[in-house]
Each structure stands twice: as structure tokens, then as C-alpha cells.
Design a protein around this ligand. Structure first.
Ligand code: URA
Ligand code: URA
Length: 230
């Protein structure tokens, strides 16, 4: 009972920080939520809310939760799968070998890591880097959804099959069939591409991800023009 009260209190504080005066009742059904208020403090509240998370079994073996990092007002958001060993130790997303490749991609796009936001589908490392399981994704995805609601990026680039299939709600997707195409994730353009760990094993496919990144950049540029910024 005390837990439920605490959860409701957390939720109310969260929406208050986003600028709501009342609890919005049909947010999920409405897709993208309007966020007015302070993104930075909303993100801090969410991070604090997750701090002791024990929702799924991944919590038992983790060293740290890997919440995500970057600019809470980012126009571009990257979504990976799950923390690996290095991420679990450092409590930061994409800081191992795959992370170096992602960082290089971001820089090649003319951006800095601090300008974008980087998060994962699940926030704790699966043992032996196995794929996150259905129940783990189910328990954790609310947190990612709330991160997306705070940031409201202009575009999302998902990394690998698990991220794309989770966001698109379809487990049977083939990454080779969907990568580089623009989908809609609750009103936000979503461009799936390969996972950097896959690209390390298959460097000949790197140019495909670079093509996908160009598509993302074109979209971002168009968005800037629409806003009168160009
Ligand atoms: N792979 C992921 O999917 N996410 C990370 O944070 C690191 C490696
Ligand atoms: N399989 C995946 O899970 N991700 C890729 O990027 C490629 C193949």
C-alpha cells in the first residue's frame, strides 16, 4: 500500500515538473504528450524515481542503472538496446567499443554527444549481454517512453533490431528490411538502423548506416527551415 502511494506521489511530482496542474488522464492514448515546463528537472525527477528500481530481475545483477545521457532538449535521440559491461560499470550508455563507433557516427553527422540524447530500451545490463527478455522490456519501457515525452525529439534513430521492434511493437521485423526508412513513433519520425555492435562485426555495412544518418540529417535540416531557422 505504501508503495502505491509513493508511486502515485512520484507520478504527480513528475507531471507537475512538466508543467501540468492536473494529472493528465488519457496521455497514453493520445500519443505524444505536450510537455511544457522544465525538461531538465523532469529528467532529474525521473532519474531519481528509477534510482532504486527493482521491477525486473535485471536489477539483481546490475552494478549501476544506465539511465541515459545527453541534452534533455535534444532534437535527435538515439535508442539502443541494453547496457553492456562497460556501461554497467560506468553508469553511462554507449561507452564501450560499440559506443566509440556510435560517438564517431554522431561526430561525423556534425554533432556532439552532448547535443543529442542517448538511451536504451532497458536500463540494466542483461547477464552475459544476452538479449533483454520480453518481461524485462515490458517493465522498463515506460521509463524510456517518459524520457521521450520529456525530450520530444524531432527524430529518433534506433540502433539494432531489438530497439526497432520494441518501439514499433512488432517482434518479427527484419532490420535489413526496415533500416533507413522513416516510421512514425507516436508522432515522432523514427529511423531504424543497424546496431553499432553489428557494424563492428560487419564493417562492410557501415555505409548503409551512414546513408540512414543522412536521411536523419535531411529531416533535421528541414525541421530547422520549417521553424524559420534557415
Ligand atoms: N549497446 C547498447 O545497446 N547500449 C549501450 O548502452 C551499449 C551497448
Ligand atoms: N541484428 C540486430 O539485432 N541488429 C543489427 O543491427 C543487425 C542484425
Amino acid at each position: 500500500m505504501a508503495n502505491i502511494v509513493q508511486e502515485i506521489k512520484n507520478a504527480l511530482e513528475f507531471y507537475q515538473a512538466l508543467g501540468y496542474e492536473r494529472m493528465p488522464m488519457r496521455l497514453r492514448a493520445e500519443g505524444r504528450r505536450p510537455v511544457i515546463g522544465n525538461k531538465e528537472s523532469a529528467m532529474t525527477l525521473l532519474r531519481e524515481e528509477i534510482a532504486e528500481c527493482g521491477r525486473c530481475k535485471l536489477s539483481q545483477k546490475r552494478t549501476h542503472i544506465v539511465f541515459g545521457e545527453g541534452n534533455p532538449d535534444a532534437r535527435l535521440m538515439f535508442i539502443g538496446e541494453a547496457p553492456g559491461r562497460e556501461e554497467d560499470v560506468q553508469a553511462r550508455p554507449f561507452v564501450g567499443d560499440a559506443g566509440m563507433l556510435l560517438t564517431r557516427l554522431i561526430e561525423k553527422m556534425g554533432l556532439k554527444r552532448e547535443e543529442v540524447y542517448i538511451a536504451n530500451i532497458v536500463k540494466c545490463r542483461p547477464p552475459m549481454n544476452r538479449d533483454p527478455e520480453k518481461d524485462e522490456i515490458q517493465q522498463c519501457r515506460e521509463f524510456l517512453e517518459r524520457q521521450i515525452d520529456i525530450i520530444r525529439p524531432d527524430i529518433i534513430m534506433s540502433l539494432g533490431r531489438i530497439a526497432a521492434s520494441t518501439l514499433m511493437g512488432n517482434e518479427k521485423l527484419k532490420i535489413t528490411a526496415i533500416r533507413g526508412k522513416i516510421f512514425d513513433y507516436r508522432g515522432i519520425p523514427l529511423v531504424p538502423t543497424f546496431h553499432p555492435a553489428y557494424l563492428m562485426r560487419n564493417p562492410k555495412d557501415k555505409w548503409l548506416t551512414w546513408n540512414d544518418a543522412q536521411k536523419v540529417l535531411e529531416r533535421l535540416e528541414r525541421g530547422t527551415l520549417d521553424q524559420g531557422g534557415g
